[in-house]
Design a binder for this molecule. Sequence first.
Ligand code: SF4
Ligand code: SF4
Length: 376
Amino acid sequence: MTKVSLVKCQTYDYNKVKAAVNKSITLAGSLKKTIKKSDTVLLKVNLLKAAKPEQAITTHPAIVKAVCEQILDLGATPIVGDTQNIQMDKGQSSLKLSGIKAVCDELKVKAIDFKDNGFTKVKVPKPVQMKEIWLAKDILDADIIISLPKMKTHILTSYTGAVKNFFGCIPFGERMKAHVLGKDEMFAEVLSDIYSVIKPQFSIMDGIQGMEGDGPTHGPKRNYNLIGASPDCVSLDAVCSNLLGFSSINTVIAAEKRGLGTADLNKIQILGDKIPPFTIQMPNQNIRKSQSLASYIPKPIKDYLVKNLLKFEPRVDESKCKKCAICEKACPVNAITMDPYPVFDRDKCIKCFCCHELCPEGAIYTHKSWLAKHWR
Ligand code: SF4
Ligand code: SF4
């Protein structure tokens, strides 16, 4: 039986978090069996938005610190990362504002934005929605991958946790295409396509403070007072979403269907503290319905919408550009040519924003169309 542990923790006081994280990992099967001294262990945090820890949007730095310390104790090398959201453009970095960069600096652990190392195209074995995905190179370079999600409701998928956390490993442009598929089920299949390539080895859920209602960013904070852990992200999500009152979650169903994990609660051994189910404020169903309307729109029209109306694209401020061509070299799809300033091939661009991230002059900015500015 797959093991999932749940350990009560009502505070982000570091010593208490460390004790709860260590207990939950030990109960769920211990990292010792999985991690070797020579391993690089990528901790995939949730950096959805540049937000402070108390906003309960991003993985709390205390959890990140406790897991990093466990990995360092095993003699392995932790790296903490995610794709920082491009909407952090007001000069706020989500790694910094979340407090994650500070704990990584304290432990001399690398904190990375996946855009710095870029993305590479990978074939999906037995694909359902995506035959190929552009995946963060840092994920592919790691020996071990651990999901460190935040326990939240989600306006489109109802719940977001350990499996959905990996959506941040693909470029922004690819995420947009997935979001306009229109059906929860299809979106869940995209998530399982991504998950089937990444195959993480463990997950530790930050469920001390999460979110209810219109998560993952706009709902009210909610104290769930727990840390969860499992070697199976699908099982951890099945248990945590069930605690929130969801009888089934498409992401979990899609992953289980492909043999990527166990979602059947009868086949999961839940260890640790007894956590009674929560009564929570549910996501706004009207917004979910308007999303499903997109499923009636034919694919060519959706493609037109994404390409022409829902525009997020890199542009260059020629007054700042020094024509160094770093952006041209960084682009994974060769969508930039220098003439003499960067010129973007809009058909090739996958909107990974690596050019924006790596430009030393801050000369590449994100242009948003009216619809993109108002798109939620
Ligand atoms: S990296 Fe920045 S400064 Fe260099 S060519 Fe590109 S836009 Fe210009
Ligand atoms: S042009 Fe910039 S945003 Fe587009 S694919 Fe290349 S690096 Fe990514």
